[in-house]
Structure formats: C-alpha cells, structure tokens
Design a protein around this ligand. Structure first.
Ligand code: TPP
Length: 324
C-alpha cells in the first residue's frame, strides 16, 4: 500500500485521537459546571481529520487550523498539558495564557496556529508555502478549514494563487456539514466541494474523514506531489459535527437520527477495529484509559496554575497607563 501509515504510526494516531476525545468530553462536562472560560468549539467525532492530516507531515511542515483545532494541535505533537492550560487561560499554557482555545500555536512543532477568523488560516498557509518555495526548502504547508470557510473569497483567492504558482500547499476541507447553524445545502451552489479543485488546476481526493488512515494516505499523496514541485492539492474530508457549534449552542437544528448515524461511524472505533487484530483489544483499551488519565492530570495541573499577569500597553491603553 502506497503512503499507508506503519502499524505503529496508526497506533500512535489512535492514541492521539483518544487524547483529543477525552479532552473534548471533559471540556463539555466542565462547561456545564461553568468552569470553562467562554464557548469552546468541540471537535469530537472529527478527530480523524486533524490527527490523520498531521500524522502524514514532518516536523518542519507547517499547519494552520481553525477555531475547532484541538485535534490538529495534539496531532502535530503538542502535549496535552500546555494545550489544556492554554484553553483554561493559564500562564503555563502553550502561549502563556494569551491565546485561548482558538489560537493555540507552537512554532517549534510547525503548529502555526488556530484562527478565530473564518478562512484566515487558508491564505496564511498559502503564504507559508510561498515562503518554502522561495527559500527552496522541502517543506509543505497544510491548512485545515471548514465547509463554511470554503465559501469565503479569501479561500478562492488563495487557491487560485497556489494553483498558478504551483505552491507546496495542501488544502484540507473538513466537511462537517454545518457552518454555525447553517447546513451546507444553503451555503453552497454545489453539493460536491471536489468540483472546486479543477477550477484552480489542482487534483482532489474525497475521503471518509472519520477514517484516519484514509485521511493520512490522501495527505501523504498530496504532500509528496507538493514536495516534487507539482503544486497544491485539495482533500475533501467528509465528517459530521455531532456536537453543537460551540458549548454555548442550544442545538435543535440538526436531525438526531443523522447525529446518531455519524456517532456509530466513530473515528476512534474505526481505528480500534482496524488495529485490534494486530495489537489486541486489551492494549487498545489500556491506551484509551491512559489517555483519560493524562487528560485528567493535565486539567488538574492547569486548574492549579496561575493566570498570567499583563502589563498595560501604553500605546493601546494610554488612559489606563496614565492612571498606573
Ligand atoms: C470572517 C468571519 N466571519 C464570521 C465569523 C463567525 N463564525 C465563527 S465560526 C463560523 C462558521 C464556520 O463554519 P465552518 O468553516 O464550516 O467551520 P465549523 O465551525 O463547521 O468547523 C462563523 C460564521 C468569524 N469568526 N469570522
């Protein structure tokens, strides 16, 4: 099989998906207890996209993600501790508590950041690809974005430029079927987002976004092409948002039967079933339990950590600065 992950790599993808799932579920529970700060955009049920994409990349490759980026953060190698602390706004967070859950970055891992502005990670990654091309490196930039983001003008401008200049960028459209409360059928003139790629001279692959191996393989193929100088590619990863838009979402606009169907098609279960013959159910279950412990410890440590202290910036707050 070309570009398939090794069994060990697949196992590590499973472990990282378990970490993300435990993180998301705990965030859901904590929100109900009023212990999170602001709405959180959960990505549970979509872990295979962020984890599958990033598993196919090298350390020097760059990735940008969205307001729903926890699986990309953990997938690109960030440890749960600094991610959880950042989500809770603590000084021990990956960005010193300044970023919050939507904007986490760690440049040393090529995790260039989530982004609260819908679509803004797309031109940013395209620029990173241009930089790699100009510098003559072998790096690839990847951007994960939603179906809503794919309707923005800046997405189309970036794709056009990437196609024209054969930039080493992989566009990953995480198609979870909703933008806020708006279903895809009322936000796009076409159902099939793969149709967009030929317009920009790009190849496209549509994959089951809940199958981490399928996502990995498509990413590895597109990244290989990009490294060979053959230009960008589009991956349409079909998945579904099984939770609300954010933890503040009252819901009620999605069909419960459709949600139930997608919950059955769970990315962690798909990975478990594929790995079980090689590694055994016991080892996989132990890994899930270890992930739960690791996340619980990360939350415990984060809740004990201090909040950051900020000096007043005189240029942006002259009156407050004058009072101090
Ligand atoms: C430029 C901009 N417009 C609108 C918003 C408000 N907004 C936040 S998320 C979102 C929907 C995004 O949908 P999609 O890209 O499909 O991502 P998903 O939430 O489904 O993962 C909108 C409209 C924003 N943050 N930025």
């Amino acid at each position: 099989m070309r570009n398939a992950p090794s069994p060990e790599d697949h196992l590590e993808m499973y472990r990282r998906m378990c970490l993300v799932r435990e993180l998301e579920e705990e965030l859901g529970r904590l929100h109900k207890k009023g212990r999170t700060r602001g709405p959180i955009h959960r990505c549970d049920g979509q872990e295979a996209v962020g984890v599958g994409v990033t598993a196919a990349l090298g350390l020097a490759d760059k990735v940008t993600t969205t307001h729903r980026g926890h699986a990309v953060y953990i997938g690109k190698g960030m440890e749960p501790g600094p991610v959880v602390a950042e989500i809770l706004g603590r000084a021990t967070g990956a960005c010193g508590g300044r970023a919050g859950h939507m904007l986490i970055a760690d440049a040393s891992l090529g995790m260039i950041g989530g982004n609260a502005i819908v679509g803004a990670g797309i031109p940013a990654a395209t620029g990173m690809a241009l930089s790699a091309q100009v510098r003559g490196t072998n790096e690839v930039a990847v951007t994960v974005f939603g179906d809503g983001a794919s309707q923005t003008g800046i997405c189309h401008e970036a794709m056009n430029m990437a196609g024209l200049w054969k930039l080493p960028v992989v566009f990953v459209l995480e198609h979870n079927h909703y933008g806020l409360t708006v279903p895809t059928e009322v936000q796009s003139a076409v159902d099939d987002f793969a149709l967009r790629a030929p317009g920009y001279g790009m190849p496209v692959e549509t994959v089951d976004g809940n199958d981490a191996v399928a996502v990995y393989r498509a990413t590895a193929d597109m990244a290989d092409r990009a490294r060979r100088g053959e230009g960008p590619g589009l991956i349409v990863a079909n998945t579904y948002r099984v939770e609300g838009f954010s933890t503040s979402d009252m819901g009620g606009y999605q069909d419960p039967e459709v949600i139930a169907k997608w919950r059955e098609h769970d990315p962690i279960r798909i990975a478990f079933d594929a790995l079980e013959p090689t590694f055994g159910a016991e080892r996989l279950t132990e890994m899930r339990e270890a992930a739960a412990r690791e996340i619980a410890e990360a939350f415990e440590a984060a809740f004990e950590a201090p909040f950051p202290t900020f000096a007043v910036d005189a240029a942006s707050a002259p009156y407050t600065a004058a009072q101090n």
